[in-house]
Design a protein around this ligand. Structure first.
Ligand SMILES: Cc1cc2nc3c(=O)[nH]c(=O)nc-3n(C[C@H](O)[C@H](O)[C@H](O)COP(=O)(O)OP(=O)(O)OC[C@H]3O[C@@H](n4cnc5c(N)ncnc54)[C@H](O)[C@@H]3O)c2cc1C
Length: 500
Protein backbone atom coordinates (compact mmCIF):
# COMPACT_ATOMS: atom_id res chain seq x y z
CA UNK A 1 0.00 0.00 0.00
CA UNK A 2 1.35 3.48 -0.85
CA UNK A 3 1.89 5.43 2.33
CA UNK A 4 -0.14 8.45 1.23
CA UNK A 5 -3.24 6.33 0.58
CA UNK A 6 -3.58 5.42 4.24
CA UNK A 7 -5.06 7.80 6.81
CA UNK A 8 -2.53 8.77 9.45
CA UNK A 9 -4.59 7.16 12.21
CA UNK A 10 -4.42 3.81 10.40
CA UNK A 11 -0.78 4.31 9.46
CA UNK A 12 0.38 5.03 13.00
CA UNK A 13 -1.74 2.26 14.53
CA UNK A 14 -0.23 -0.23 12.11
CA UNK A 15 3.26 1.07 12.94
CA UNK A 16 2.70 0.84 16.69
CA UNK A 17 1.33 -2.69 16.37
CA UNK A 18 4.32 -3.66 14.22
CA UNK A 19 6.81 -2.33 16.77
CA UNK A 20 5.00 -4.03 19.61
CA UNK A 21 4.99 -7.32 17.74
CA UNK A 22 8.65 -7.07 16.68
CA UNK A 23 9.99 -5.94 20.06
CA UNK A 24 7.86 -8.09 22.37
CA UNK A 25 6.80 -11.18 20.41
CA UNK A 26 9.23 -11.65 17.52
CA UNK A 27 12.24 -10.43 19.60
CA UNK A 28 12.77 -9.41 23.22
CA UNK A 29 13.69 -5.70 23.24
CA UNK A 30 15.13 -5.97 26.76
CA UNK A 31 17.68 -8.51 25.54
CA UNK A 32 18.11 -6.91 22.13
CA UNK A 33 19.01 -3.57 23.70
CA UNK A 34 22.03 -5.15 25.39
CA UNK A 35 23.65 -5.82 22.00
CA UNK A 36 25.29 -3.17 19.87
CA UNK A 37 23.60 -2.46 16.53
CA UNK A 38 20.29 -3.88 15.36
CA UNK A 39 19.80 -7.15 13.47
CA UNK A 40 19.45 -6.08 9.80
CA UNK A 41 16.42 -8.31 9.28
CA UNK A 42 14.64 -6.60 12.19
CA UNK A 43 15.48 -3.13 10.92
CA UNK A 44 14.27 -4.17 7.46
CA UNK A 45 10.92 -5.28 8.92
CA UNK A 46 10.53 -1.92 10.67
CA UNK A 47 11.55 0.04 7.57
CA UNK A 48 9.09 -2.03 5.48
CA UNK A 49 6.41 0.10 7.15
CA UNK A 50 8.01 3.18 5.58
CA UNK A 51 8.16 5.27 8.77
CA UNK A 52 10.33 7.90 7.07
CA UNK A 53 7.63 8.52 4.45
CA UNK A 54 6.16 11.00 6.95
CA UNK A 55 9.05 13.39 6.22
CA UNK A 56 9.15 12.98 2.43
CA UNK A 57 7.15 15.49 0.32
CA UNK A 58 4.05 14.22 -1.45
CA UNK A 59 5.44 14.91 -4.94
CA UNK A 60 8.14 12.33 -4.22
CA UNK A 61 5.68 9.73 -2.93
CA UNK A 62 5.82 10.57 0.78
CA UNK A 63 3.18 11.70 3.25
CA UNK A 64 4.09 15.40 3.05
CA UNK A 65 6.57 16.46 5.78
CA UNK A 66 3.86 17.26 8.34
CA UNK A 67 5.28 17.92 11.82
CA UNK A 68 2.36 16.16 13.50
CA UNK A 69 2.96 12.95 11.53
CA UNK A 70 6.73 13.11 12.12
CA UNK A 71 6.08 13.43 15.86
CA UNK A 72 3.64 10.52 15.70
CA UNK A 73 6.42 8.28 14.37
CA UNK A 74 9.07 9.62 16.78
CA UNK A 75 6.80 9.19 19.76
CA UNK A 76 5.59 5.69 18.80
CA UNK A 77 9.22 4.61 18.37
CA UNK A 78 10.49 6.13 21.62
CA UNK A 79 7.75 4.40 23.61
CA UNK A 80 9.48 1.15 22.63
CA UNK A 81 13.08 2.22 22.05
CA UNK A 82 14.73 5.61 22.39
CA UNK A 83 17.52 4.45 20.06
CA UNK A 84 15.03 3.69 17.30
CA UNK A 85 13.35 7.05 17.79
CA UNK A 86 16.70 8.83 17.56
CA UNK A 87 17.48 6.92 14.35
CA UNK A 88 14.26 8.37 12.91
CA UNK A 89 14.96 11.79 14.46
CA UNK A 90 18.38 11.93 12.81
CA UNK A 91 16.94 10.93 9.44
CA UNK A 92 13.99 13.30 9.60
CA UNK A 93 15.37 16.48 11.19
CA UNK A 94 19.03 16.26 10.31
CA UNK A 95 18.83 14.91 6.79
CA UNK A 96 15.45 14.69 5.03
CA UNK A 97 14.01 18.07 6.10
CA UNK A 98 17.20 20.04 5.29
CA UNK A 99 17.29 18.32 1.88
CA UNK A 100 13.58 19.06 1.25
CA UNK A 101 14.12 22.70 2.13
CA UNK A 102 17.57 23.49 0.76
CA UNK A 103 18.73 20.88 -1.80
CA UNK A 104 18.50 21.41 -5.54
CA UNK A 105 15.56 19.74 -7.28
CA UNK A 106 17.95 17.65 -9.41
CA UNK A 107 19.06 15.53 -6.43
CA UNK A 108 15.82 15.22 -4.48
CA UNK A 109 13.99 12.69 -6.65
CA UNK A 110 16.78 10.13 -6.51
CA UNK A 111 17.44 10.61 -2.78
CA UNK A 112 13.79 10.29 -1.77
CA UNK A 113 13.18 7.32 -4.06
CA UNK A 114 16.02 5.58 -2.25
CA UNK A 115 14.61 6.48 1.17
CA UNK A 116 11.13 5.24 0.31
CA UNK A 117 11.88 2.08 -1.63
CA UNK A 118 15.49 1.33 -0.79
CA UNK A 119 15.31 1.75 3.02
CA UNK A 120 18.20 4.22 2.81
CA UNK A 121 19.23 6.46 5.69
CA UNK A 122 21.00 9.79 6.18
CA UNK A 123 22.77 11.67 8.97
CA UNK A 124 24.46 14.98 9.70
CA UNK A 125 28.16 15.71 10.24
CA UNK A 126 28.97 18.85 12.20
CA UNK A 127 31.11 17.88 15.21
CA UNK A 128 34.89 17.50 14.93
CA UNK A 129 37.30 16.20 17.57
CA UNK A 130 38.53 19.71 18.43
CA UNK A 131 35.30 21.59 17.64
CA UNK A 132 32.06 20.49 19.31
CA UNK A 133 30.28 23.32 21.14
CA UNK A 134 32.54 25.65 19.18
CA UNK A 135 31.25 24.28 15.86
CA UNK A 136 31.55 27.57 13.97
CA UNK A 137 35.33 27.20 14.10
CA UNK A 138 35.24 23.76 12.47
CA UNK A 139 38.19 22.94 10.22
CA UNK A 140 36.63 20.63 7.63
CA UNK A 141 36.94 22.57 4.38
CA UNK A 142 35.88 22.55 0.75
CA UNK A 143 37.11 24.12 -2.44
CA UNK A 144 35.65 24.38 -5.93
CA UNK A 145 37.11 21.97 -8.46
CA UNK A 146 35.92 21.00 -11.97
CA UNK A 147 32.16 20.23 -11.83
CA UNK A 148 32.01 20.08 -8.08
CA UNK A 149 33.67 20.41 -4.73
CA UNK A 150 36.52 18.67 -2.93
CA UNK A 151 35.88 18.24 0.80
CA UNK A 152 38.45 17.21 3.40
CA UNK A 153 38.48 16.97 7.17
CA UNK A 154 37.70 14.80 10.18
CA UNK A 155 34.33 14.49 11.94
CA UNK A 156 33.31 12.45 14.95
CA UNK A 157 30.31 11.29 17.02
CA UNK A 158 28.00 11.17 13.99
CA UNK A 159 24.86 9.13 14.68
CA UNK A 160 24.66 6.26 12.13
CA UNK A 161 28.45 6.24 11.54
CA UNK A 162 29.20 3.54 8.97
CA UNK A 163 25.48 2.85 8.59
CA UNK A 164 24.02 5.91 6.84
CA UNK A 165 23.82 5.86 3.06
CA UNK A 166 23.82 9.65 2.82
CA UNK A 167 25.57 12.35 4.82
CA UNK A 168 25.00 16.06 5.09
CA UNK A 169 28.45 17.48 5.70
CA UNK A 170 29.04 20.92 7.24
CA UNK A 171 32.28 22.65 6.24
CA UNK A 172 33.96 26.00 5.54
CA UNK A 173 35.23 27.32 2.23
CA UNK A 174 38.97 27.34 1.71
CA UNK A 175 39.83 30.86 0.54
CA UNK A 176 42.61 31.66 -1.92
CA UNK A 177 44.72 32.88 0.99
CA UNK A 178 44.51 29.35 2.42
CA UNK A 179 42.38 30.57 5.35
CA UNK A 180 38.84 29.34 5.91
CA UNK A 181 35.78 31.52 5.27
CA UNK A 182 33.53 32.35 8.23
CA UNK A 183 30.32 30.94 6.74
CA UNK A 184 29.28 27.27 6.93
CA UNK A 185 28.12 25.33 3.87
CA UNK A 186 26.43 21.94 3.65
CA UNK A 187 26.98 19.18 1.06
CA UNK A 188 25.24 15.88 0.41
CA UNK A 189 27.50 12.85 0.09
CA UNK A 190 26.14 9.59 -1.32
CA UNK A 191 28.10 6.62 -0.02
CA UNK A 192 27.20 4.33 -2.92
CA UNK A 193 29.50 6.48 -5.09
CA UNK A 194 33.15 5.71 -4.45
CA UNK A 195 34.39 9.34 -4.56
CA UNK A 196 31.75 10.40 -2.03
CA UNK A 197 32.48 7.70 0.53
CA UNK A 198 33.22 8.62 4.14
CA UNK A 199 35.89 6.41 5.74
CA UNK A 200 35.21 5.20 9.29
CA UNK A 201 38.50 5.26 11.23
CA UNK A 202 37.14 4.04 14.53
CA UNK A 203 33.88 2.98 16.19
CA UNK A 204 33.15 4.47 19.61
CA UNK A 205 32.01 2.62 22.72
CA UNK A 206 28.95 4.82 23.31
CA UNK A 207 27.59 4.40 26.82
CA UNK A 208 23.97 3.91 25.75
CA UNK A 209 21.87 4.03 22.56
CA UNK A 210 23.47 0.71 21.58
CA UNK A 211 21.44 0.41 18.38
CA UNK A 212 23.20 3.48 16.93
CA UNK A 213 26.83 3.33 15.79
CA UNK A 214 29.05 6.35 16.51
CA UNK A 215 32.68 6.93 15.58
CA UNK A 216 35.48 8.87 13.95
CA UNK A 217 35.05 9.71 10.27
CA UNK A 218 37.68 10.77 7.76
CA UNK A 219 36.56 12.87 4.80
CA UNK A 220 38.40 13.18 1.53
CA UNK A 221 35.60 13.42 -1.00
CA UNK A 222 34.44 14.86 -4.28
CA UNK A 223 30.76 15.83 -4.62
CA UNK A 224 29.03 17.22 -7.75
CA UNK A 225 27.92 20.87 -7.89
CA UNK A 226 24.23 20.18 -7.25
CA UNK A 227 25.06 18.44 -3.96
CA UNK A 228 25.60 21.80 -2.26
CA UNK A 229 22.63 23.03 -0.23
CA UNK A 230 21.49 26.50 -1.26
CA UNK A 231 20.81 28.82 1.68
CA UNK A 232 18.19 31.59 1.44
CA UNK A 233 20.80 34.04 2.77
CA UNK A 234 23.89 32.92 4.71
CA UNK A 235 24.95 29.36 5.47
CA UNK A 236 25.04 30.09 9.20
CA UNK A 237 21.42 31.22 9.07
CA UNK A 238 20.57 27.98 7.23
CA UNK A 239 22.42 25.99 9.91
CA UNK A 240 20.47 27.76 12.65
CA UNK A 241 17.19 27.11 10.83
CA UNK A 242 18.10 23.40 10.56
CA UNK A 243 19.29 23.06 14.17
CA UNK A 244 16.40 25.03 15.65
CA UNK A 245 13.89 22.89 13.73
CA UNK A 246 15.66 19.79 14.96
CA UNK A 247 15.65 21.03 18.58
CA UNK A 248 11.91 21.67 18.22
CA UNK A 249 11.50 18.00 17.25
CA UNK A 250 12.98 16.73 20.52
CA UNK A 251 9.53 16.85 22.18
CA UNK A 252 8.38 14.24 19.63
CA UNK A 253 11.08 11.82 20.81
CA UNK A 254 10.66 12.83 24.46
CA UNK A 255 6.91 12.40 24.65
CA UNK A 256 6.85 8.66 23.86
CA UNK A 257 9.85 8.00 26.11
CA UNK A 258 8.40 9.89 29.09
CA UNK A 259 4.99 8.25 28.58
CA UNK A 260 6.71 4.85 28.79
CA UNK A 261 8.51 5.88 32.01
CA UNK A 262 5.16 7.02 33.42
CA UNK A 263 3.24 3.88 32.40
CA UNK A 264 5.98 1.63 33.82
CA UNK A 265 6.15 3.61 37.06
CA UNK A 266 2.38 3.56 37.60
CA UNK A 267 2.24 -0.17 36.80
CA UNK A 268 5.13 -1.03 39.10
CA UNK A 269 3.98 1.12 42.02
CA UNK A 270 0.43 -0.24 41.76
CA UNK A 271 1.62 -3.83 41.97
CA UNK A 272 4.54 -3.60 44.37
CA UNK A 273 3.50 -4.13 47.98
CA UNK A 274 5.84 -2.75 50.63
CA UNK A 275 4.66 -3.05 54.21
CA UNK A 276 0.92 -2.61 54.53
CA UNK A 277 0.09 -1.45 51.04
CA UNK A 278 1.18 -0.73 47.50
CA UNK A 279 3.91 1.78 46.79
CA UNK A 280 1.32 3.90 45.03
CA UNK A 281 -0.32 4.66 48.35
CA UNK A 282 2.83 6.33 49.73
CA UNK A 283 2.91 10.09 49.73
CA UNK A 284 6.46 10.52 48.46
CA UNK A 285 5.81 7.98 45.68
CA UNK A 286 2.76 10.00 44.65
CA UNK A 287 4.95 13.08 44.31
CA UNK A 288 7.62 11.26 42.30
CA UNK A 289 5.03 9.86 39.90
CA UNK A 290 3.34 13.26 39.67
CA UNK A 291 6.69 14.66 38.55
CA UNK A 292 6.97 12.11 35.74
CA UNK A 293 3.38 12.88 34.79
CA UNK A 294 4.15 16.60 34.78
CA UNK A 295 7.02 15.87 32.38
CA UNK A 296 4.51 13.99 30.20
CA UNK A 297 2.24 17.06 30.15
CA UNK A 298 5.11 19.45 29.38
CA UNK A 299 6.35 17.30 26.50
CA UNK A 300 2.79 17.01 25.13
CA UNK A 301 2.39 20.80 25.27
CA UNK A 302 5.69 21.26 23.45
CA UNK A 303 4.57 18.84 20.73
CA UNK A 304 1.42 20.91 20.18
CA UNK A 305 3.38 24.18 20.04
CA UNK A 306 6.02 22.71 17.77
CA UNK A 307 3.37 21.56 15.29
CA UNK A 308 2.21 25.20 15.10
CA UNK A 309 5.61 26.73 14.47
CA UNK A 310 8.30 24.31 13.28
CA UNK A 311 7.17 23.13 9.83
CA UNK A 312 9.71 23.51 7.02
CA UNK A 313 7.73 26.45 5.65
CA UNK A 314 8.85 28.48 8.69
CA UNK A 315 12.25 30.19 8.93
CA UNK A 316 13.49 29.37 12.43
CA UNK A 317 16.96 30.92 12.49
CA UNK A 318 15.71 33.64 14.85
CA UNK A 319 13.65 31.28 17.04
CA UNK A 320 16.48 30.44 19.43
CA UNK A 321 14.59 31.07 22.67
CA UNK A 322 11.81 28.62 21.83
CA UNK A 323 14.03 26.00 20.18
CA UNK A 324 16.58 26.07 23.00
CA UNK A 325 13.89 26.05 25.69
CA UNK A 326 12.14 23.03 24.21
CA UNK A 327 15.33 21.04 23.72
CA UNK A 328 16.98 21.81 27.05
CA UNK A 329 13.89 21.46 29.26
CA UNK A 330 12.49 18.34 27.62
CA UNK A 331 15.84 16.53 27.71
CA UNK A 332 16.29 17.43 31.41
CA UNK A 333 12.82 15.98 31.95
CA UNK A 334 13.65 12.77 30.04
CA UNK A 335 16.66 12.23 32.26
CA UNK A 336 14.70 13.01 35.42
CA UNK A 337 11.82 10.71 34.42
CA UNK A 338 14.17 7.76 33.90
CA UNK A 339 15.91 8.41 37.24
CA UNK A 340 12.55 8.55 39.01
CA UNK A 341 11.43 5.28 37.40
CA UNK A 342 14.65 3.59 38.51
CA UNK A 343 14.27 4.93 42.05
CA UNK A 344 10.68 3.74 42.49
CA UNK A 345 11.63 0.39 40.93
CA UNK A 346 14.20 -0.28 43.68
CA UNK A 347 17.07 -2.61 42.88
CA UNK A 348 15.31 -4.05 39.85
CA UNK A 349 15.60 -0.69 38.15
CA UNK A 350 19.37 -0.96 38.36
CA UNK A 351 19.66 -3.47 35.54
CA UNK A 352 20.72 -2.77 32.00
CA UNK A 353 17.80 -4.91 30.86
CA UNK A 354 15.37 -2.68 32.80
CA UNK A 355 13.70 0.04 30.74
CA UNK A 356 14.43 2.64 33.44
CA UNK A 357 18.10 1.74 33.88
CA UNK A 358 18.54 1.75 30.13
CA UNK A 359 16.53 4.96 29.94
CA UNK A 360 19.07 6.76 32.13
CA UNK A 361 21.92 5.82 29.79
CA UNK A 362 19.97 6.32 26.58
CA UNK A 363 18.50 9.73 27.45
CA UNK A 364 21.68 11.17 29.00
CA UNK A 365 23.38 12.31 25.78
CA UNK A 366 20.27 14.23 24.75
CA UNK A 367 21.45 16.81 27.32
CA UNK A 368 24.81 17.00 25.52
CA UNK A 369 24.25 16.75 21.77
CA UNK A 370 22.78 19.40 19.48
CA UNK A 371 23.95 22.09 21.88
CA UNK A 372 24.78 21.16 25.47
CA UNK A 373 21.97 22.24 27.76
CA UNK A 374 24.16 24.68 29.73
CA UNK A 375 25.12 26.39 26.49
CA UNK A 376 21.49 26.59 25.39
CA UNK A 377 20.34 27.94 28.77
CA UNK A 378 22.98 30.64 28.71
CA UNK A 379 22.05 31.56 25.12
CA UNK A 380 18.41 31.95 26.22
CA UNK A 381 19.45 34.26 29.08
CA UNK A 382 21.77 36.23 26.81
CA UNK A 383 18.98 36.78 24.27
CA UNK A 384 16.57 37.93 26.99
CA UNK A 385 18.99 40.25 28.81
CA UNK A 386 20.11 41.74 25.48
CA UNK A 387 16.49 42.47 24.59
CA UNK A 388 15.80 43.91 28.06
CA UNK A 389 18.73 46.25 27.62
CA UNK A 390 17.53 47.31 24.19
CA UNK A 391 14.09 48.13 25.61
CA UNK A 392 15.73 49.81 28.64
CA UNK A 393 13.64 47.50 30.83
CA UNK A 394 15.62 46.32 33.86
CA UNK A 395 12.78 44.64 35.77
CA UNK A 396 12.58 40.94 34.97
CA UNK A 397 8.92 40.47 35.88
CA UNK A 398 7.77 43.49 33.88
CA UNK A 399 9.74 42.28 30.88
CA UNK A 400 8.54 38.65 31.05
CA UNK A 401 4.92 39.63 31.68
CA UNK A 402 4.98 41.59 28.43
CA UNK A 403 6.73 38.88 26.40
CA UNK A 404 4.31 36.67 24.44
CA UNK A 405 6.32 33.54 25.28
CA UNK A 406 5.98 34.03 29.06
CA UNK A 407 3.01 36.39 29.48
CA UNK A 408 0.65 34.12 31.41
CA UNK A 409 3.25 31.87 33.05
CA UNK A 410 5.16 34.77 34.62
CA UNK A 411 2.02 35.89 36.51
CA UNK A 412 2.44 32.92 38.89
CA UNK A 413 5.82 34.35 39.95
CA UNK A 414 5.11 38.08 40.23
CA UNK A 415 6.82 38.51 43.60
CA UNK A 416 9.69 36.15 42.91
CA UNK A 417 10.62 37.71 39.56
CA UNK A 418 10.14 41.29 40.65
CA UNK A 419 13.80 42.38 40.65
CA UNK A 420 16.22 44.33 38.49
CA UNK A 421 18.87 42.86 36.20
CA UNK A 422 21.11 45.81 35.50
CA UNK A 423 24.59 44.35 35.47
CA UNK A 424 26.15 41.87 33.09
CA UNK A 425 25.75 38.34 34.44
CA UNK A 426 28.56 35.84 34.87
CA UNK A 427 28.18 32.60 32.93
CA UNK A 428 26.86 30.45 35.79
CA UNK A 429 24.15 33.05 36.43
CA UNK A 430 23.26 33.12 32.75
CA UNK A 431 22.75 29.36 32.94
CA UNK A 432 20.59 29.71 36.08
CA UNK A 433 18.51 32.48 34.52
CA UNK A 434 18.16 30.49 31.29
CA UNK A 435 16.84 27.53 33.29
CA UNK A 436 14.16 29.79 34.80
CA UNK A 437 13.13 31.40 31.50
CA UNK A 438 13.08 28.08 29.61
CA UNK A 439 10.72 26.65 32.23
CA UNK A 440 8.48 29.72 32.08
CA UNK A 441 8.31 29.31 28.29
CA UNK A 442 7.44 25.63 28.80
CA UNK A 443 4.78 26.50 31.37
CA UNK A 444 3.26 28.94 28.88
CA UNK A 445 2.91 26.03 26.40
CA UNK A 446 1.17 24.01 29.10
CA UNK A 447 -1.26 26.86 29.86
CA UNK A 448 -1.97 27.15 26.13
CA UNK A 449 -3.19 23.53 26.18
CA UNK A 450 -6.26 24.34 28.25
CA UNK A 451 -8.28 26.25 25.63
CA UNK A 452 -7.51 23.39 23.22
CA UNK A 453 -9.33 20.97 25.53
CA UNK A 454 -6.42 19.02 27.08
CA UNK A 455 -7.22 17.37 30.46
CA UNK A 456 -7.51 20.03 33.15
CA UNK A 457 -6.31 17.86 36.04
CA UNK A 458 -3.03 17.11 34.27
CA UNK A 459 -2.53 20.79 33.51
CA UNK A 460 -3.22 21.79 37.13
CA UNK A 461 -0.81 19.16 38.49
CA UNK A 462 1.83 20.23 36.01
CA UNK A 463 1.46 23.88 37.01
CA UNK A 464 2.01 22.88 40.66
CA UNK A 465 5.17 20.91 39.86
CA UNK A 466 6.53 23.69 37.64
CA UNK A 467 5.89 26.20 40.42
CA UNK A 468 8.06 24.15 42.79
CA UNK A 469 10.86 23.95 40.23
CA UNK A 470 10.77 27.54 39.04
CA UNK A 471 10.71 28.93 42.59
CA UNK A 472 13.75 26.82 43.49
CA UNK A 473 15.59 27.88 40.34
CA UNK A 474 14.89 31.57 40.94
CA UNK A 475 16.29 31.07 44.46
CA UNK A 476 19.42 29.53 43.01
CA UNK A 477 19.80 32.38 40.51
CA UNK A 478 19.47 35.05 43.19
CA UNK A 479 21.80 33.38 45.67
CA UNK A 480 25.24 34.96 45.31
CA UNK A 481 27.82 32.32 44.51
CA UNK A 482 31.31 32.82 43.19
CA UNK A 483 32.80 29.51 44.26
CA UNK A 484 35.63 28.23 42.05
CA UNK A 485 37.49 24.95 41.94
CA UNK A 486 40.77 24.76 43.90
CA UNK A 487 43.02 23.26 41.27
CA UNK A 488 46.00 22.08 43.39
CA UNK A 489 43.90 20.84 46.26
CA UNK A 490 45.93 17.82 47.41
CA UNK A 491 48.03 19.50 50.10
CA UNK A 492 46.25 19.81 53.45
CA UNK A 493 43.18 17.90 52.30
CA UNK A 494 43.88 14.29 53.35
CA UNK A 495 41.29 13.51 56.03
CA UNK A 496 43.56 10.86 57.61
CA UNK A 497 45.90 13.62 58.80
CA UNK A 498 43.07 15.05 60.89
CA UNK A 499 41.37 11.93 62.27
CA UNK A 500 42.20 10.79 65.82
C1 LIG B 1 25.21 10.28 21.61
C2 LIG B 1 25.73 11.43 20.82
C3 LIG B 1 25.22 11.68 19.55
C4 LIG B 1 25.75 12.70 18.75
N1 LIG B 1 25.28 12.85 17.46
C5 LIG B 1 25.92 13.72 16.63
C6 LIG B 1 25.59 13.76 15.24
O1 LIG B 1 24.72 13.02 14.75
N2 LIG B 1 26.27 14.62 14.44
C7 LIG B 1 27.26 15.43 14.92
O2 LIG B 1 27.85 16.16 14.13
N3 LIG B 1 27.58 15.42 16.24
C8 LIG B 1 26.95 14.58 17.11
N4 LIG B 1 27.30 14.51 18.44
C9 LIG B 1 28.33 15.42 18.96
C10 LIG B 1 27.73 16.46 19.90
O3 LIG B 1 26.93 17.36 19.19
C11 LIG B 1 28.91 17.14 20.63
O4 LIG B 1 29.48 16.16 21.48
C12 LIG B 1 28.45 18.34 21.43
O5 LIG B 1 28.18 19.41 20.56
C13 LIG B 1 29.49 18.78 22.46
O6 LIG B 1 30.74 18.95 21.87
P1 LIG B 1 32.05 18.29 22.53
O7 LIG B 1 31.76 16.84 22.75
O8 LIG B 1 33.20 18.64 21.69
O9 LIG B 1 32.14 18.97 23.96
P2 LIG B 1 32.84 20.36 24.31
O10 LIG B 1 32.59 21.37 23.25
O11 LIG B 1 34.23 20.08 24.70
O12 LIG B 1 32.01 20.78 25.60
C14 LIG B 1 32.09 20.02 26.82
C15 LIG B 1 31.11 20.59 27.82
O13 LIG B 1 31.51 21.91 28.18
C16 LIG B 1 30.39 22.71 28.47
N5 LIG B 1 30.36 23.85 27.53
C17 LIG B 1 31.03 23.96 26.35
N6 LIG B 1 30.77 25.16 25.78
C18 LIG B 1 29.94 25.81 26.61
C19 LIG B 1 29.31 27.08 26.57
N7 LIG B 1 29.49 27.93 25.56
N8 LIG B 1 28.49 27.43 27.61
C20 LIG B 1 28.30 26.59 28.65
N9 LIG B 1 28.86 25.36 28.72
C21 LIG B 1 29.67 24.96 27.73
C22 LIG B 1 29.16 21.82 28.27
O14 LIG B 1 28.80 21.24 29.51
C23 LIG B 1 29.68 20.74 27.34
O15 LIG B 1 28.94 19.54 27.47
C24 LIG B 1 26.77 13.53 19.27
C25 LIG B 1 27.24 13.31 20.58
C26 LIG B 1 26.74 12.29 21.34
C27 LIG B 1 27.29 12.06 22.72
Amino acid sequence: MIATETSFAEFIKDFEDTLHHLFHEHEDINKLSLERGMPPSLLAKIMDKKPLSVAVPEQFGGRGTKVKECFGILSAASYESLSLSLIFGINIALFIEPVVKYASESVKADVFKNFLSGQKMGGLMITEPAYGSDALNMKTSYKSVDNGYAISGTKHWQGLTGMADYWLIACRKELESGELGRDIDFFIADSKIEKQKVVVKEYYDNLGLYMIPYGLNKLDLFVPEDHKLEPESTGIKMMLDILHRSRMQFPGMARGFIKRMLDEAIKHCSNRVVGAGSLLEMDQIQYQLARIQSAFTVSSAMCVRSCDISGIEHQLAASGIEANSMKAVVTDLMQEASHLLVQVSGANGYRTSHIGGRGIKDSRPFQIFEGSNEMLYSQIAEAVTRHMKKLKQGNLFTYLSELNLTKAASLYFKDKLNFQIDEALVQRKLVDLGRVIARLVSLEYVLDLEPRGFRKDLIENCVDVMKVDINALVGSFRFPNKVNVVRDYQEGSNWMDFAL
